[in-house]
Every structure is written in structure tokens, then in C-alpha cells.
Design a protein around this ligand. Structure first.
Ligand SMILES: [Zn+2]
Length: 59
């Protein structure tokens, strides 16, 4: 089953397997469309990490 992830920085949705980067924070794994978004996240994780990382099953 394909899983869709949402980038917490730019809110873009993409297939999990296409994630450019992943980051663990407070027990949740967040996925990013690019390392730029990962860097922004790391600069201010509390801004973007609000609870569970959003993952959506493909319709
Ligand atoms: Zn992004």
C-alpha cells in the first residue's frame, strides 16, 4: 500500500517513498520533500512539529 506523507514545513503532500529526507523528533518521524525543508524544520522544530507526523493512506 502506498502511503502519502505531508511535509510539515511547506505542507506539500507526496508519496512516502519519494521523501527526500526524514527527521525524528519527539518520537515521531517527519518526512520532507527536500533537504531545504528539513533544514528549516531543524532550525525551529517546535514551529512545525505539532503532534503526530501526518501520514495519509492513498485513496
Ligand atoms: Zn517541503
Amino acid at each position: 500500500m502506498d502511503i502519502t506523507a505531508e511535509d510539515p514545513v511547506c505542507n506539500r503532500k507526496f508519496a512516502l517513498e519519494k521523501a527526500a529526507a526524514a527527521e525524528e523528533y519527539k518520537g515521531w518521524t517527519y518526512f520532507f520533500c527536500s533537504t531545504e525543508c528539513q533544514n528549516i524544520f531543524n532550525g525551529s522544530p517546535t514551529t512545525f512539529a505539532n503532534g503526530p507526523a501526518p501520514l495519509y493512506p492513498d485513496p
